[in-house]
Design a protein around this ligand. Structure first.
Ligand code: FAD
Length: 419
């Protein structure tokens, strides 16, 4: 069996999950520890490549590419004192201060820790609506995005062979369920980029139909009304047809039936109706909230466990000011990670962890690759300034974890995907 660790007298910090939270934490710790801290940092992550959740729409609708990688972890950590083990945390043994590492069906390696940080993220949530699981794709991983791309390409091939116009339009009808940020991102990119992709395939963009289905009466509930209006105007410009105010009753191979009895024809359905914390978190003997996220105290310790932290989407941090649990957003995952790295450094040097104080300075949603809406401090932005701000926040992340070279490389890749 391949092992993650060799015997050491050093204190060991184990980080489970190398997404936005885990990578930020490992990089910050790796850069700031000193030999006198006498610590070993072990990051456990099954994928050598970080998932580009914020760019899945571009992966799905952009030009086909065999694989896509936002950040290559071996490159990020090549000069840092961080050991990366490309495996998964199978279970947590809180009373033994150890994790079991290995595949679902054994064998497992027992890895003791001095401090453990759980940052295993979230998965797509699919409610038990008839036909939804069987016929819709979700949008929560590069694999999902590539599956959607395969389905779109398949429909292009079917349409190209179809003479009857009505049948061709049906083949080229795409529907997104979910009027939150994720749904808007993918439906906007479908509306903006598919016409060009269709022309490349010799298809007429007049045959394209793109639908957005949302059970509530409006879209983007987290944004102010003025921005919601702008978002809807943008969707209209992209010829996206809105179906608001009726829940999905069922999905089949030819489309969606809504609870009000109406029908949305669609050969491809994408479900963007929400996410839930990593389901394995439920099995680790730690406290979870009703939605399955690990409950944490004000310093991001798992409830009742001073040697375990939980950060990012898997953790339910309750903002003491708003009394609300923080939403699953990369910006919070990154800030929680930075704060936890600083707390670990304090602990290593004999200090005490400090409480986390979250601040939301803004939020941006893209609707198509070149347009967005959002807010920052007191300003409301739409169009190109909003999309620039959204891309800028990700460029800052790339800069933080990989320096200027990586930020520049990733920006160029992202621009290439938009073409
Ligand atoms: C389509 C889409 C668009 C988004 N756009 C935005 C946006 O514009 N702005 C924003 O702020 N947020 C956005 N988000 C949300 C954001 O991506 C998440 O909040 C963020 O990824 C959370 O970071 P994380 O580190 O907690 O989890 P992740 O980034 O998901 O990382 C979790 C990691 O844990 C690993 N893992 C899982 N199980 C195990 C295990 N047992 N052992 C070891 N490792 C494990 C996984 O492989 C993964 O690498 C978007 C999400 C989606 C799906």
């Amino acid at each position: 069996m391949q092992t993650c660790v060799s015997p050491t007298e050093k204190r060991r910090i184990v980080i489970a999950g190398g997404g936005y939270a885990g990578t930020t934490l490992a990089v910050r710790l790796g850069r700031r520890i000193k030999p006198s801290d006498d610590v070993e940092i072990l990051l456990i992550e099954p994928n050598p490549c970080q998932q580009a959740l914020s760019e899945l729409d571009l992966v799905a609708v952009g030009p086909p590419r065999p694989e896509f990688c936002e950040l290559w972890l071996p490159t990020i950590f090549k000069d840092l004192p961080v050991t990366v083990c490309y495996n998964r945390v199978h279970s947590v043994l809180p009373d033994e201060h150890a994790v079991l590492v290995g595949p679902r069906e054994g064998p497992h390696e027992k890895v003791p820790y001095w401090r453990l940080v759980l940052a295993t993220g979230a998965v797509a949530f699919v409610p038990p609506v008839p036909g939804l699981k069987e016929h819709a794709t979700t949008m929560w991983s590069v694999h999902d995005a590539q599956e959607l791309q395969r389905r779109i390409e398949g429909q292009f091939r079917i349409a190209a062979k179809t003479v009857d116009r009505e049948a061709r339009v049906k083949a080229l009808s795409f529907a997104v369920i979910g009027g939150g940020a994720t749904g808007l991102e993918i439906v906007g990119t479908l509306g903006q980029m598919l016409p060009k992709r269709m022309r490349e395939h010799g298809l007429d963009p007049a045959d394209l139909r793109v639908h957005l289905v949302e059970g509530r009466p409006d879209i983007l509930y987290d944004l102010p009304e003025s921005l919601r209006k702008k978002a809807k105007a943008r969707l209209a410009k992209l010829s996206v047809q809105l179906h608001l105010g009726s829940m999905v009753a069922s999905v089949d191979e030819t489309g969606i039936t809504l609870e009000d009895g109406s029908r949305v024809d669609a050969s491809v359905v994408v479900f963007c109706g929400g996410a839930k914390a990593d389901p394995d978190a439920n099995t680790w003997g730690l406290e979870v909230d009703p939605s399955g996220r690990l409950t944490v105290d004000e310093s991001l310790h798992a409830s009742g466990r001073s040697d375990i932290y939980a950060i990012g989407d898997v953790a339910a941090f309750r903002d003491p000011e708003s009394k609300r649990t923080l939403p699953m957003l990369a910006q919070f995952a990154i800030r929680e990670a930075e704060h936890t790295a600083d707390n670990l450094l304090r602990e290593l040097r004999g200090g005490q962890p400090e409480p986390f104080h979250p601040h939301m300075h803004g939020e941006f949603v893209s609707i198509g690759p070149g347009w967005g809406v959002g807010w920052m401090f007191r300003w409301h932005l739409s169009g190109i300034p909003a999309i620039v701000m959204k891309r800028f926040t990700y460029a800052m992340y790339w800069y933080e974890v990989g320096g200027l070279r990586l930020a520049w490389k990733r920006l160029r890749e992202m621009l290439a995907m938009q073409r």
